[in-house]
Design a protein around this ligand. Structure first.
Ligand code: F0G
Length: 463
């Protein structure tokens, strides 16, 4: 067995693949795969603090990248094979105003702002890793299904490197213009399916298998290797001391799975004595994980989650013709492909799942905005969820919390403008049918005639 290989996530199965396999499913049981490392045969980082030394060598692109700076913790590629476009230059910002809104003490809430990535979302952390693997195996075409950010990221990586052709599958009318614009502008072949993300996800897997196209959705375990680095940067910003909670929006459940794997490996390597707890926040209109985990008690169960329970739930969605529906279009997903890995992550880190309504998400988003960072609706689910967990007393008053802001504000300006609109019809058209009743923190444009006195009067009144 090589020191790096792919291994089925279910301990009792034991299925493996070599590093260069691209089916991303277990040959024995059809389950999900991990990238597995035999740490006895690999150079082990002795201390997390050693990574800080890389800052001094930032003229080397591998040290500059916020992902590959930590490459000893994702050692599946030789350095000369790595493809980086400068991803992962993101920040952890203390957010006191948002803390107050969420019911926490100032100084206890931090926002990890992944909107600063080259394509404007956390996806670039994973894409650099998947892209690197695709290069290793010599792929010429790469595909994904997407609610918009994976496709934007893939399109950027393909156009920036010129190494592969991007093929992106999107649901019809389901993707925000900011994200669609990226796929089109960066030259991706954009295939619009008459269906939603869940339909597109099924199709892209069939097509990738049939045509031998490299798949970059988060079912690809190399994607998740890159996304582990989000947690490494959080820890680094907190001087290598774990917070009490990481709160993350849940869609296809790739992030939470990657975070759980990162913490599991740090624990095995003896690099992190205390792990944070994980909270996943679904949108209420796309709440499969919340329903299964919190309402029906589905658990990892030592690697054997109750498949009958899952099958019954999925059959119910289909017989009732339930479709995911939320303003947080990035997480409008009812069939998360990483469900078992997410269960494992929550088991490892004492996790919880909550749901947030579109009203709660947009109000939280407005507070994030006035707090200094701009995010898209899905990202604000993390803050809405943290607020809920504080109210419930699950997050205790003195605990330190990091909410992940997964995507940039400009990804989806439609929802933001509708929320702050002076025009009731604009509000109703975009948000009314989502059950959003009010723009609690609206910052409405002030309408004034084009007259100096009137303009001055308005400024005096409103400022
Ligand atoms: N936040 C944003 C901004 C996203 O784009 C996504 C997923 C998530 C959260 C959920 O993350 O899947 O790891 O649980 N977007 C995917 C896409 C599905 O196609 O862009 P997850």
């Amino acid at each position: 067995m090589d020191a790096v290989y792919q291994r089925c996530i279910h301990p009792a199965c034991g299925g493996t693949h070599a590093l260069d396999d691209t089916s991303f499913v277990c040959p024995r049981c059809g389950g999900l795969m991990d990238v597995a490392y035999d740490w006895e045969r690999l150079p082990r980082p002795r201390s997390l603090r050693d990574f800080e030394a890389k800052w001094a060598g930032r003229s080397n692109p591998l040290h500059f990248s916020g992902v590959w700076r930590f490459r000893e913790l994702l050692p599946f590629a030789e350095p000369d094979k790595v493809l980086t476009i400068g991803e992962g230059q993101t920040i952890l910002q203390r957010a006191d105003a948002v803390a107050t809104y969420a019911g926490m003490q100032p100084g206890n809430l931090f926002l990890q702002y992944e909107g600063l990535n080259p394509s404007g979302s956390f996806k670039d952390n994973g894409m650099t890793a998947a892209f690197t693997h695709a290069r290793i195996i010599g792929a010429r075409r790469a595909a994904c299904a997407s609610t918009g950010n994976t496709s934007a990221s893939l399109a950027v990586f393909c156009s920036a490197t010129g190494l592969m052709r991007a093929i992106v599958f999107i649901g019809s009318g389901k993707i925000s213009y900011g994200k669609l614009a990226q796929a089109l502008d960066h030259g991706a072949l954009t295939v619009q399916i008459a269906g939603d993300f869940d339909d597109a996800m099924q199709r892209v897997q069939q097509v990738a298998r049939k045509l031998g196209i490299y798949l970059v959705n988060s079912i690809n375990p190399f994607r998740l290797e890159g996304q582990k680095s989000i947690m490494l940067r959080v820890l680094e910003a907190l001087r290598w001391e774990a917070p009490d909670w990481i709160v993350v929006p849940g869609g296809n459940l790739g992030n939470v799975s990657a975070f759980g794997k990162a913490f599991g490996e740090l624990a095995v390597l003896g690099l992190l004595p205390r792990l944070p707890r994980l909270a996943v926040i679904n949108a209420a209109g796309a709440n499969t994980f919340y329903q299964l985990y919190e309402k029906q008690g589905l658990r990892w169960n030592g690697g054997s989650p109750d498949q009958t329970l899952i099958a019954r739930y999925v059959a119910g969605l289909s017989s009732d013709k339930v479709r995911a529906a939320t303003i947080a279009s990035a997480i409008e997903i009812n069939h998360p492909v990483n469900l078992p890995k997410a269960l494992r992550a929550l088991e490892r880190c004492g996790g919880v799942v909550r749901e947030a309504s579109d009203q709660e998400i947009l109000d939280a988003k407005a507070k994030v905005g006035t707090g200094g960072l701009g995010c898209e609706p899905a990202s604000a689910a993390s803050v809405a969820g943290a607020r809920k967990l504080c109210k419930e007393g699950v997050i205790a008053p003195g605990e330190r919390v990091v909410c992940i802001l997964t995507g940039h504000q400009l990804k989806d300006p439609t929802a933001t403008v509708a929320y702050h609109s002076t025009d009731q019809k604009t509000f109703d058209d975009v948000l009314g049918h989502r059950g959003v009743r009010r723009a609690t923190f609206a910052n409405r444009a002030v309408q004034v005639p084009n007259e100096l006195d009137e303009i001055i009067k308005a400024i005096e009144v409103y400022s």
